[in-house]
Ligand binder design. Structure first.
Ligand code: FE2
Length: 186
């Protein structure tokens, strides 16, 4: 493990890299291993001033707290009452609540994926995440949507590696999806 650096973001990133090395893709272990270093990071009141701006899809505020070519730690505002559409990733992804609270829904895809443009999604986990809470979604259940419930809701996403190139954005009500390969939001 990389030694402490007195840089809170780097220190957290080192702990996450260590956890990923120990846990691989065992998402239950990853959830546990991420808790302590992310809690230490989120205890910092000054994260909003520590990042580098990035292009977000639906949000005015989106920053890189950390990027090393593989591991990303992203900090972004989650709009109030404006759902981030259901989408997949192809890899695991976490959502931590740094400020405020949000509604987070995980979906299971019920169809076999053979009909272009059609997707039948069933909500399998629908909950409110409070400040400090986290969710980790991973294939084959890596479809989620979320919505800010407060004016100042900020999320932190940790992702290890590149999203799949043909990401899907779903409309569960219409049972449709669109492929948006170039988008890199959460
Ligand atoms: Fe996501």
């Amino acid at each position: 493990m990389v030694q402490s650096t007195e840089n809170p973001v780097r220190e957290c990133a080192a702990a996450l890299v260590d956890a990923i090395g120990r846990c691989g893709n065992d998402v239950d272990r990853l959830r546990q291993a991420f808790k302590a270093p992310m809690a230490r990071l989120m205890a910092r009141p000054d994260l909003l001033s520590m990042g580098i701006p990035r292009q977000g899809n639906n949000v005015a505020f989106s920053q890189y707290l950390y990027y090393d070519g593989q591991l990303s730690i992203l900090l972004y505002q989650v709009p109030k009452d404006k759902p981030i559409p259901a989408h997949d990733h192809g890899i695991w992804e976490t959502v931590f609540v740094y400020r405020g609270r949000l509604k987070h829904v995980v979906y299971q895809r019920m169809d076999d994926g053979t009909k272009p443009g059609f997707a039948d999604l069933k909500p399998v986990d629908d909950r409110v995440l409070e400040q400090g809470d986290m969710a980790l979604v991973a294939p084959p259940h890596d479809i989620h949507s979320f919505t800010g419930l407060t004016d100042e809701t900020f999320g932190i996403t940790v992702v290890n590696g590149a999203y799949k190139p043909d990401r899907h954005y779903y409309n569960p009500t219409e049972k449709t999806y669109q492929v948006k390969g170039q988008l890199n939001a959460r």
